[in-house]
Design a protein around this ligand. Structure first.
Ligand SMILES: [Ca+2]
Length: 371
């Protein structure tokens, strides 16, 4: 879908789009943002999404166990003119901490973004050594020889960075967590008072209201560190969860779509190549299409219009060993259960529907330099 964006009384919207691609990561001057209430004439969803974003810059920390899906989401964020990426915090998950850090640095670099990157957890919340498990290739990025970052991570620790940034920006910081909840849980444990000032934690995690992928009931990010996820949900902090069930069916990317990505310059080719190994994995398991949940979560966090439905819930994570390890139960606010009282803390919003059909075209448009 070719977008037809028209400048409709907005100062230099074309310049905004160009600006967004050249000086991403919150370097765009505020004056270049569309004025509140501005109307964008368009024929495509992505521009509607841009118009639905808030008029002032939001401050985000992106927490990532950077594999190909995380990298695609980082690029989406780096291209967004409405957010300031305060920093990217990394942890083990899809790949080990060192590789995860390199992948995050490379994804930012390919998107022209110089946000600082901080290393975090190399093990689970309770100190268990974490064995990385990747279906994205040994480097988490398709083993396509595309990871050659020119930058290195900052000296500071990711947990301290999260705490210090939240302290310095009370009520303003949104954490977009794309991996296991270890870094977030450690920050909550280390300074719970400071973390009360978090505006929102967006979490790609859980099976939502559908089946799991790490086990029949557990999703990978939760399964990788269920205690950390439990601490995050039990903290009472506001959490918005994007589960597996809103990333399936029409939201899954096809071979044709990956080919289309390849034609979208250096960034599109990078994303397409990084998914090579997981596409093989899906095909070997009988699926011609591939999930990209981290970018669904990023779309939800950045573009309210992408979200079609949500419910207010209490989220309860099972961290005890056993068949249900890593399962998350959602108790719906206002629902009367037969057997148990439903008078809990409803700090967890569960996204229950997104614009699956428009997801790929939206993604393609939003990372494009010629929106
Ligand atoms: Ca991830």
């Amino acid at each position: 879908m070719k977008l037809n964006l028209k400048n409709n009384g907005i100062k230099g919207f074309a310049a905004l789009c160009l600006c967004a691609s050249l000086v991403a990561c919150g370097e765009n001057p505020q004056a270049d943002l569309p004025e509140e209430g501005a109307v964008l004439e368009n024929t495509g969803n992505a521009s509607e999404l841009l118009a639905s974003a808030e008029g002032s810059k939001r401050k985000v920390i992106i927490d990532t166990d950077t594999g190909a899906d995380d990298a695609s989401a980082l690029i989406l964020a780096a291209k967004d003119p409405y957010i300031e990426i305060e920093g990217v915090t990394v942890l083990v998950g899809n790949v080990d901490l060192e590789q995860s850090t390199k992948n995050a640095l490379m994804a930012l670099e390919i998107a022209g973004c110089d946000a600082p990157v901080y290393k975090g957890s190399a093990e689970t919340f309770d100190g268990t050594e974490k064995i990385a498990f990747s279906v994205f290739g040994s480097d988490g990025m398709g083993d396509a020889d595309i990871i050659h970052p020119s930058r290195e991570a900052e000296d500071g620790d990711a947990i301290d960075f999260i705490i210090d940034t939240v302290k310095a920006n009370p009520g303003e910081i949104e954490i977009i967590a794309l991996g296991p909840a270890t870094n977030v849980a450690k920050a909550i444990e280390k300074d719970p008072e400071a973390m009360k000032n978090v505006k929102m934690i967006w979490s790609m995690g859980t099976a939502g209201l559908g089946p799991g992928n790490a086990s029949p009931v557990a999703e990978f990010n939760v399964y990788a560190d269920a205690m950390a996820y439990k601490i995050m949900l039990d903290s009472g902090l506001p959490v918005t969860v994007v589960g597996l069930d809103v990333c399936d069916d029409e939201a899954q990317w096809t071979d044709d779509q990956f080919e289309k990505l390849k034609t979208q310059g250096e960034v599109g080719e990078f994303v397409s190549l990084s998914f090579g190994k997981i596409r093989d994995f899906y095909k070997a398991n009988g699926s011609e299409t591939v999930m990209n949940c981290d970018s669904v979560a990023m779309m939800c966090a950045l573009y309210p219009a992408f979200i079609k439905d949500r419910i207010s819930t209490h989220g309860s994570c099972i961290a005890d060993e056993g068949e249900t390890y890593g399962m998350v139960l959602f108790y719906k606010e206002g629902f009367t259960y037969d057997a148990i009282p439903n008078d809990m803390i409803y700090n967890v919003d569960l996204i229950t529907d997104v614009d699956k059909a428009g997801y790929f075209e939206d993604y393609l448009s939003l990372i494009s330099d010629d929106k």
